[in-house]
Design a protein around this ligand. Structure first.
Ligand code: PLP
Length: 393
């Protein structure tokens, strides 16, 4: 089944106002998602926040089943959160790190995750080891294998699709090796979820974090966390509240047994319902069809951009996704973004993948090279791709 582009555009009000090529930032939400959010906020206004949540209790619970279906997990293995970073950190900060052990990451690890790991490394006396890239820019699984064999590895943390590169890391290969070595594998799927099928069983990850607003087309301030049932007990949340644990008589604590141990009690019910609606929308379209459309449009954009004099396309990888990064000789990326915005074409800018990748070990940025990031979704059209290309010409 392929995507009915006319239909999805009819269901997306934003396409009437903008050419939105910033889906890796935050996608245009389907009308039904926004109607769900606003509808619940109205009920809060009309009958009260707690009462509206009670009225929507069944639908709120169904959000967990929807997210679980999206990633091939059980509902008990899903927690909801307000950002991908918080979801990721909720699991990672709960890991019982032993001083002197190592955390392995790829060169395209998300910057925020690197900051969090640096703090954990400083606190716990850990070493962060950065895995090499292979010639295609993917995390080098042979290097990973050698490091796992050297031993003393507490965790492997990988970003599936980097913030500013069209590549898709070989997460399943990494998962297979981590499983064989008995090492915790944490996958940041914030940029991959919603633009390709994900299955935690075949990915072999113990933890997966996803955000709502990017390719999933959910509302801002929504995210989710998957934690494999078999590792839940090992991860005692770094922070608890009355939702995640109860005091026991003997002066102790009983932490919830499911992944909701990583949640806080207070939350945006409207946001969660919107997230659930967005997940159901993606599932109804089919993630295989979504991936085919998104990857196809992005390849078309790369090919067209490569023909424009002065434009350099930076994406690497073998399997590529909806993120396209490029620079224009003699032009500042921020300036290109502003000029495009004047024509109501939305793109974003990001640090050059190369500058970032090689700065991780030392933490010092090598220059402030910026690239333009144009990220497509299935509702974008050939005409919109042409609009960007013609502007650059
Ligand atoms: C690869 C990657 N991981 C994690 C995040 C963080 O997600 P959030 O902004 O929801 O915390 C981002 C956001 O840009 C990202 O690109």
């Amino acid at each position: 089944m392929s995507i009915d582009v006319e239909a999805v555009r009819r269901q997306t009000r934003g396409v009437l106002s903008v050419t939105h090529l910033n889906n890796a930032g935050s996608s245009l939400v389907p009308g039904s998602v926004m109607d769900t959010v606003v509808g619940h906020l109205r009920r809060e206004e009309e009958i009260g926040g707690y009462e509206a949540a009670e009225e929507a209790a069944v639908r709120l619970d169904e959000v967990y089943s929807s997210v679980a279906r999206l990633v091939g997990a059980a509902p008990d293995e899903i927690a909801l959160a307000e950002s991908g970073s918080r979801a990721w950190a909720a699991a990672v900060y709960s890991f019982p790190f032993v001083p002197g052990t190592r955390v392995l990451i790829g060169r395209t690890e998300y910057a925020g995750n690197v900051v969090a790991l640096r703090q954990l490394a400083l606190r716990n006396g850990l070493e962060i080891a950065v895995l090499d890239d292979d010639p295609d820019g993917l995390v080098d699984v042979q290097h990973l294998q050698r490091e796992l064999e050297r031993g003393n590895v507490a965790m492997v943390a990988l970003t599936h699709v980097p913030m500013a590169n069209g590549l898709v890391n070989p997460a399943a290969e990494v998962g297979k090796r981590c499983r064989a070595a008995g090492v915790m594998f944490v996958l940041d799927a914030c940029q991959s979820v919603g633009q390709m099928p994900l299955d935690v069983q075949s990915l072999g990850c113990d933890v997966l974090a996803g955000t709502g607003r990017k390719f999933l087309r959910g509302p801002r301030g929504t995210a989710f966390l998957y934690v494999r049932a078999s590792v839940l007990e090992r991860l005692e949340p770094a922070m608890l509240d009355g939702h995640s644990a109860v005091p026991t008589g003997a002066g102790g604590l009983e932490v919830r047994g499911d992944a909701r141990r990583f949640e806080s009690w207070e939350t945006s019910a409207a946001g969660r319902l919107g997230l659930g609606r967005a997940v159901d929308y993606a599932l109804a379209l089919g993630l295989d069809a979504v991936q085919e459309r998104v990857a196809g449009l992005a390849e078309e954009m790369r090919a067209e951009l490569a023909e424009v004099p002065g434009v350099i396309v930076h994406d690497r990888g073998i399997i590529r996704c909806g993120i396209v990064t490029f620079s224009v000789q003699g032009s500042d990326a921020r300036n290109i973004r502003s000029r495009l915005a004047e024509h109501r074409v939305n793109v974003s800018v990001a640090p050059s993948p190369f500058a970032w990748a090689y700065s991780i070990p030392t933490g010092t940025r090598q220059g402030e090279d910026m690239v333009v990031r144009a990220s497509v979704h299935y509702y974008n059209t050939h005409t919109e791709v042409q609009r960007l290309v013609s502007f650059l010409r």
